[in-house]
Design a protein around this ligand. Structure first.
Ligand SMILES: CC(C)(COP(=O)(O)OP(=O)(O)OC[C@H]1O[C@@H](n2cnc3c(N)ncnc32)[C@H](O)[C@@H]1OP(=O)(O)O)[C@@H](O)C(=O)NCCC(=O)NCCS
Length: 253
């Protein structure tokens, strides 16, 4: 058992190995968090996860969430060995989830960084979605769920997670970077231009001794140049949403 570190960085340190008590690890001091119950989801939750998705999707800018059907959730939950699904309940009601599943093929072909992993051999999980019901946003529930997800993945010896985040979704980008993930490049899907986010062992290749390069969040041309030049984005400087700088570092070749 290890001490509660609710918002530990996403680095899969060795000391995460061991027996876990999820409830205890996710406990937080703030009184307003007391009613939020972190949970691991299973097949019985597919319907309520989809209902939550549908509700949040209607209230969220187009492109922030990928298109999903009930069958997508049911299909994912039908294979629990390839799925890590966590959520938060309040008074029994599911108010947030974060789900990822094992990829069997390279999810974003063409991305050089990820091309080092063959998902058929090395487990690579990809995000299916993370949502928090608007009434309960602003309580760091995404950060909590990413922490729980990371621990469950670590217990499965999964050391690589990737996913997409829409380029305008600064709140979600901030959450991912704070959780220790990095942005690797761009990827367009059916609804939006996205960043590819990655968390896991390969971030040990980040050259943390180099001086970081700051680029405004909106300067996609400069970001694309840096991605093409072997850099990845690892942090957002604090500041107002759209005026923040994204910090890049090179990768050790
Ligand atoms: C994105 C979403 C899941 C985040 O929900 P949330 O958990 O309520 O997010 P919060 O508002 O509590 O967190 C936001 C702030 O906490 C910060 N934060 C995250 N981890 C933190 C930590 N460990 N310590 C301190 N602050 C932290 C975030 O960086 C952000 O700060 P900022 O405003 O300075 O950027 C939610 O807005 C949502 O459901 N949006 C619609 C669907 C969506 O876009 N999903 C993401 C798809 S990739």
């Amino acid at each position: 058992m290890f001490a509660p570190v609710p918002y530990a960085r996403y680095s899969f340190p060795d000391n995460l190995i061991g027996e876990t008590n999820l409830q205890e690890e996710l406990s937080v001091d703030a009184p307003n968090m007391a009613a939020f119950q972190p949970v691991v989801l299973d097949a019985a939750d597919a319907g309520s996860a989809y209902a939550l998705y549908s509700l949040v999707d209607r209230l969220t800018p187009y492109g922030f969430l990928a298109r999903r059907k009930l069958a997508d959730f049911e299909g994912a939950f039908a294979d629990p060995d390839s799925l890590v699904a966590v959520g938060v309940r309040k008074e029994g009601r599911l108010i947030a989830y974060s789900i990822c599943r094992r990829a069997m093929r390279p999810p974003y072909p063409g991305n050089l960084f990820l091309s080092r992993i063959d998902p058929a051999i090395t487990p690579l999980y990809v995000g299916i979605g993370t949502v928090v019901l608007p009434d309960f946003q602003g309580h760091l529930l995404m950060a909590q769920m990413l922490g729980l997800r990371r621990r469950l993945l670590f217990e499965r010896r999964v050391h690589h997670v990737a996913g997409l985040v829409a380029i305008d979704n600064v709140l979600s980008i901030g959450n991912l970077l704070r959780a220790g993930a990095a942005l690797l490049g761009f990827h367009e899907d059916e609804t939006a231009m996205n960043y590819i986010a990655y968390g896991g062992d390969m971030l040990s290749r980040l050259d943390r001794k180099s001086i970081s390069i700051a680029v405004p969040v909106g300067d996609r041309k400069q970001q694309a140049r840096l991605f093409d030049n072997g850099h990845i984005a690892f942090s957002l400087r604090p500041g107002k949403m759209k005026q923040r700088d994204m910090l890049f570092l090179p990768l050790i070749p």
